[in-house]
Write a protein that binds this ligand. Structure first.
Ligand SMILES: [Ca+2]
Ligand SMILES: [Ca+2]
Length: 159
């Protein structure tokens, strides 16, 4: 009916390996293509994320692949749409357990390019939080630790 058929899957096995995954995932809303209609971005734990372009009248189309924001092969926990580079369009930030924060810059038409060298928490160094500031905004991201499955093992913090 709406064109949105996203389901966030988490198997019992993967939930048992890391219970932080049970916290679920977020959704971001914003007009990514500048047509005046709010589009929706869903984060997933097993499987890809999904970006739905709003067609109006509660109809959406899945534009994930052409937008370049699937973020497959990671446990995505949250996302935000914000104009990070100050060029007037909404960029996308996606957090993942063990994957840090990924920044995708918008071309203004809803197609994104990952800014891999943007200085976000892209490596596996300990980084439980980080501040980023500019003249226009401040953003705080929080990273969950990856907990080793053995009860006697110490937590391993990563981002
Ligand atoms: Ca739109
Ligand atoms: Ca922007």
């Amino acid at each position: 009916m709406t064109g949105i058929d996203f389901t966030n899957h988490l198997s019992d096995t993967n939930a048992a390996l890391n219970q932080i995954r049970l916290n679920g995932s977020g959704v971001a809303a914003g007009d990514v293509d500048g047509d005046g209609l709010v589009d929706l971005y869903f984060c997933g734990l097993e499987g890809r994320n999904a970006l739905y372009r709003n067609l109006g009248q509660l109809k959406f189309e899945d534009v994930t692949e052409r937008a370049g924001v699937a973020c497959s092969n990671q446990y995505s926990t949250g996302a935000v749409l914000a104009d990070v580079d100050g060029d007037g369009d909404l960029d996308l930030l996606v957090n993942a357990i063990g994957g840090g924060t990924r920044l995708f810059l918008n071309d203004g038409k809803g197609r994104f390019t990952e800014a891999a060298e943007a200085g976000w928490c892209e490596n596996m160094a300990p980084c439980p939080w980080r501040w980023r500031t500019s003249t226009a905004m401040a953003l705080w991201t929080c990273m969950w630790p990856i907990i080793a499955p053995q009860p006697s093992a110490a937590p391993v913090w990563t981002c």
